[in-house]
Design a protein around this ligand. Structure first.
Ligand code: FAD
Length: 459
């Protein structure tokens, strides 16, 4: 594609800033408009997930733009899930039986700031903060903006406009409000919302609980999770129904009820959170939803990327990773011989949408798995068996979680299909007694035979 063109990007979040950097590296003139203030100068973290699980697909994108060595120091490795039962006993369930397969906790602000710094260092990339896009005339490739500083409105044309403006995308809204083409859109909310809380650092600045894990207090119909931060704190997230159950967001309205809820279900966490009530009543409760839509593009004029095209619930830790992978996949097509944007956008969407639909569905599945199944005996047996397969035959086996999270060379859809077939086979074989229990995990011959049985079932 001819890189003398100007590409306008709406939204300088994680996806938009990576896209700006990559297109800038390719020599395009890039102009980015972000509605919020510059997060490198103003703290705007309130109400958004403070840290994120960052894994192979995201790392691949950082390698593409040559900055993984700068992202790595921002990461805290999390080797597994630390499961907390109701009595406060803990159990570490590794994410993989293979060496070097782990996920990372990373600060949203630090990662976004890194991407902004790198993009802004390029002469051909300009980023305007405090500029809110109000609508897009996608037929004529003109965006309309409101500038907070002087309360003025203006419009800006470009050769191509890309909306990376997140789950509430204005470009996407323009698609369905204008009704100029057949645009399908769905937004499905969970009946659960989330609230962020925190475990502050210990007095000596250290971590109050085990650092290198994603902590989970799964209680079937609700759960609490915690991810570590570099300053010794943990960001804790409560996922709870708005209105169902004895305790829910709508009826946790007094300090006494919140304390009663936490002392009944999350006693060991409560001991680490003397600041609970402050956080609980200060921080917002936010909804969780899945957005699917199509098409993502209008002719060769405009395109949606990242959450604007496919917002998902956070339970696979893949929303940002998938948004980064959008940019890697888009970038690959720029190397092919497309002569017009429309063909490139079409090819991108044809390839990509099946994968983003798959991760959206997997993320919902994982919600149920994290809340409940991780505590279930048969689920644990399956995990132990899969871990032993991965450890003993690393080339021959990867669990569904491993295929989704650690295999950046296959798409989410393929990972989902292979992973689901394996899950089904193992769970059925354990239930029907086709896999002998107790499992002989130290016996290589037994493991090899069992792996062959599982592979035969999934073929
Ligand atoms: P966003 O990060 O939402 O960025 C959109 C940007 O556009 C923002 O800067 C916004 O200010 C700007 N914008 C919006 N409207 C306008 C406008 N009208 N004009 C100009 N600018 C505009 N993903 C993971 O991979 N791992 C995780 O562990 C994880 N945990 C999560 C936990 C929670 C609770 C939530 C809610 C999400 C989580 N995610 C996670 C998902 C992840 O946050 C998103 O997928 C990711 O932020 C998407 O990036 P984006 O750039 O597409 O959208």
């Amino acid at each position: 594609m001819n890189n003398n063109q100007t590409i306008q990007i709406i939204g300088a979040g994680l996806c938009g800033s990576l896209l700006a950097l990559r297109l800038g590296q390719r020599g395009f003139n890039v102009e980015v408009f972000e509605k919020r203030p510059d997060l490198r100068k103003v703290d705007i973290s309130a109400g958004r997930s403070i840290n994120l699980a960052f894994s192979n697909r995201g790392i691949k994108a950082m390698n593409m733009v040559g900055i993984q060595h700068k992202a790595e120091p921002l990461c805290i490795p999390m080797h597994g899930r630390m499961l907390h039962d109701i009595e406060g006993n803990t159990f570490l369930s590794p994410y993989s039986g293979k060496e070097n397969e782990y996920i990372n906790s990373i600060s949203r602000t630090d990662l976004n700031a890194l991407l902004l710094n790198e993009a802004e260092a390029l002469d051909n990339v300009t980023i305007h903060f405090n500029h809110k896009c109000t609508s897009v005339d996608f037929e004529n490739k003109i965006s309309y903006f409101y500038k907070y500083e002087d309360k003025t409105e203006f419009s800006k044309a470009a050769d191509v406009i890309i909306g990376t403006d997140g789950a509430g995308s204005v470009l996407r809204k323009s698609y369905y409000l204008e009704k100029k083409f057949l645009f399908s859109f769905s937004q499905d909310y969970l009946t659960h919302g989330y609230k962020e809380l925190s475990i502050l650092p210990a007095e000596n600045g250290g971590f109050k609980t085990f650092k290198n894990a994603l902590h989970i207090w799964g209680r079937d119909s609700f759960m609490l999770i915690a991810l570590p931060n570099l300053d010794g704190s943990f960001t804790v997230t409560l996922f709870l129904s708005y209105e169902d159950g004895e305790y829910n967001f709508n009826n946790l309205t007094t300090p006494e009820r919140v304390t009663a809820f936490f002392s009944t279900y999350f006693k060991d966490a409560l001991e680490l959170m003397p600041n609970l009530l402050d956080d609980f009543f200060k921080n917002p409760t936010s909804p969780l939803g899945t957005v699917k839509c199509s098409p993502w593009h209008y002719k060769g004029n405009t395109l949606l990327l990242g959450d604007a095209a496919h917002a998902i619930v956070p339970f696979y830790g893949q929303g940002m990773n998938a948004s980064f992978e959008d940019v890697t996949e888009f970038d690959k097509l720029l190397d092919e011989n497309f002569t017009d944007w429309e063909s490139l956008f079409k090819a991108f969407e044809t390839d990509r949408k099946k994968d983003t639909d798959a991760i959206a569905d997997l993320a919902i599945d994982n919600f149920h798995e994290m809340k409940g199944h991780v505590n279930n005996a048969i689920f644990r047996e399956k995990r132990n068996l899969e871990m032993a397969f991965e450890k003993t035959f690393p080339e021959a086996y990867a669990s569904k979680y491993g295929l989704v999270t650690f295999n950046e060379n296959i798409g989410y859809r393929e990972a989902m299909l292979r992973g689901r077939a394996q899950d089904k086979a193992i769970l059925n074989m354990l239930t029907d007694g086709d896999i002998e229990t107790p499992l002989k995990l130290d016996n290589k011959t037994w493991l090899e035979h069992t792996l062959k049985q599982v592979q035969a079932e999934t073929e």
